[in-house]
Design a protein around this ligand. Structure first.
Ligand code: SF4
Length: 192
C-alpha cells in the first residue's frame, strides 16, 4: 500500500498534454516517477487545465491572459474532485501531499509563473516580437494552483507544494527527494 498520496501535475505523467513544440521531458518524468515509486507514493494526477480549455493546438499564454473569471471558474470545476479526494484521504488519516507543480507555467507554477503584456491581434501587430520577448518569470503561483489552494483552504486542508524546474531540474528533484525522505522518517505527514 502507498505510504502517502501526492498530487502530480498532469504533464509529468502525460507530456503529450503540453503545448506542441515544448521541450521533451520524458527523461525528467521517468526520474520523478521512479522517485515517487521508491518512496511508495500513490499518485493523483491533476487535470491539465490548459488542455481542457484550449485543446492541443492552443498557443502558449501568460498568467495574465489566463487570469480571467472564466478560466478561474474552469479551474474551480476541475479542482472540485481533487479537493474531494484530498478530504477523503484526510478523513481516513492517509498522509497527503505534496502538490508537485511545474515552475514557470501560467497555470501549474507553484513558486514561479510566466507573465507579460501578451494578447491582442497577431497578424497586424508590428510589435509582436517585442511583446513576445517581454514575457518573464515572476514569483507567483499559476492560476490553477492558486485556485486549487484556495479550494483546499475552504475545507481547511493545507498541502505543501514543490515546483519542478523543467529546464534545470536537479535542485528541485533534490528538494522532492529530501521532502519525501523526511516525511518517511516522520512516519507520514501529520495533520493539524
Ligand atoms: S497546464 Fe499544467 S499540466 Fe497542463 S501542460 Fe501546462 S504545466 Fe502541464
Amino acid at each position: 500500500m502507498p505510504d502517502q498520496i501526492v498530487f502530480l501535475a498532469h504533464c509529468f505523467l502525460n507530456p503529450q498534454a503540453k503545448i506542441q513544440g515544448s521541450p521533451d521531458i520524458a527523461d525528467l518524468c521517468e526520474k520523478i516517477l521512479s522517485m515517487l515509486g521508491e518512496h511508495k507514493c500513490g499518485i493523483i494526477q491533476l487535470p491539465c487545465p490548459e488542455l481542457l480549455h484550449g485543446g492541443l493546438s492552443r498557443w502558449g499564454q501568460t498568467r495574465s491572459q489566463y487570469d480571467s473569471v472564466f478560466f478561474r471558474r474552469h479551474c474551480e470545476n476541475l479542482a472540485e474532485t481533487i479537493v474531494d479526494q484530498a478530504e477523503e484521504y484526510r478523513q481516513h488519516q492517509i498522509p497527503i501531499g505534496p502538490i508537485i507543480g511545474v515552475e514557470g507555467s501560467p497555470s501549474c507554477g507553484v513558486n514561479l509563473t510566466c507573465d507579460g503584456p501578451w494578447g491582442g491581434e497577431l497578424s497586424e501587430n508590428d510589435h509582436l516580437l517585442y511583446k513576445i520577448r517581454a514575457v518573464k518569470l515572476v514569483p507567483r503561483r499559476g492560476v490553477f494552483m492558486e485556485v486549487l489552494q484556495s479550494c483546499l483552504g475552504r475545507r481547511s486542508i493545507t498541502l505543501d507544494e514543490i515546483g519542478i524546474v523543467e529546464s534545470d531540474p536537479e535542485e528541485s528533484l533534490h528538494k522532492l527527494q529530501v521532502y519525501l525522505s523526511k516525511v518517511k522518517l516522520q512516519g507520514g505527514k501529520k495533520y493539524e
